[in-house]
Design a protein around this ligand. Structure first.
Ligand SMILES: NC(=O)c1ccc[n+]([C@@H]2O[C@H](COP(=O)([O-])OP(=O)(O)OC[C@H]3O[C@@H](n4cnc5c(N)ncnc54)[C@H](OP(=O)(O)O)[C@@H]3O)[C@@H](O)[C@H]2O)c1
Length: 165
């Protein structure tokens, strides 16, 4: 499983259950990576999607303590149940798309994190773990710097050297 996340300078990822910014190239990257694959998310992130609806052309797995009646969503109620469900698929095809709580809970089970690092500071209320401070995470790929409306950003791939299978 891979995390797919956009972070700001302070590793902030959202505010008021919405994203901090939408960078078109990043939105495109998200779509290209996930389409035809499996997306795993927490209930708040599901609620933050347009109309609170699952993403089209992807298998949506949602972690919640509640019940969701939606034939397009596979509902799981615990981390263990989530891992069992996710384990049915090729790990290369499974994307953990957040949010903050889910990223924290699943971090040990994630081998790669595809991070869009935005070189700006936003007023965030939820954060991704700062991987630069964790010994077991290393940067294995880093793109050139890009810019959108004066905001610089990069695509990075981090690898978890001792993730749990
Ligand atoms: N920048 C990015 O790339 C990015 C990506 C994704 C999300 N975000 C942002 O992140 C924010 C949402 O993150 P969040 O931390 O508030 O929420 P979240 O991680 O999306 O979802 C949290 C919810 O998931 C359920 N849950 C989590 N762990 C559970 C467990 N062990 N068992 C059962 N249910 C569990 C609970 O839902 P119930 O209350 O229904 O039980 C919980 O309230 C938004 O601002 C969103 O825009 C940013």
């Amino acid at each position: 499983m891979k995390d797919l996340v956009a972070v700001d300078k302070n590793w902030g990822i959202g505010k008021n259950n919405d994203l901090l910014i939408r960078i078109p190239e990043d939105v495109k990257f998200f779509k290209e990576e996930t389409t035809g694959n499996i997306v795993f998310m927490g209930k708040n992130t599901l609620d933050s999607l347009p109309g609170g609806r699952p993403l089209k052309n992807r298998l949506n797995i949602v972690l919640t303590s509640k019940d969701i009646k939606d034939e397009n969503i596979v509902v799981v109620h615990s981390v263990q149940e989530a891992l069992k469900e996710i384990g049915k698929y090729n790990p290369d095809r499974v994307y953990n798309i957040g949010g903050a709580q889910i990223f924290r809970e699943m971090l040990d089970y994630v081998e790669y994190s595809l991070i869009t690092k935005i070189e700006a500071e936003f007023d965030a209320d939820v954060y991704y773990p700062n991987l630069d401070k964790l010994d077991n995470w290393e940067v294995i790929e880093e793109s050139e710097e890009r810019e959108y409306e004066g905001i610089k950003y990069k695509f990075l791939i981090y690898r978890n050297k001792n993730f749990k299978r």
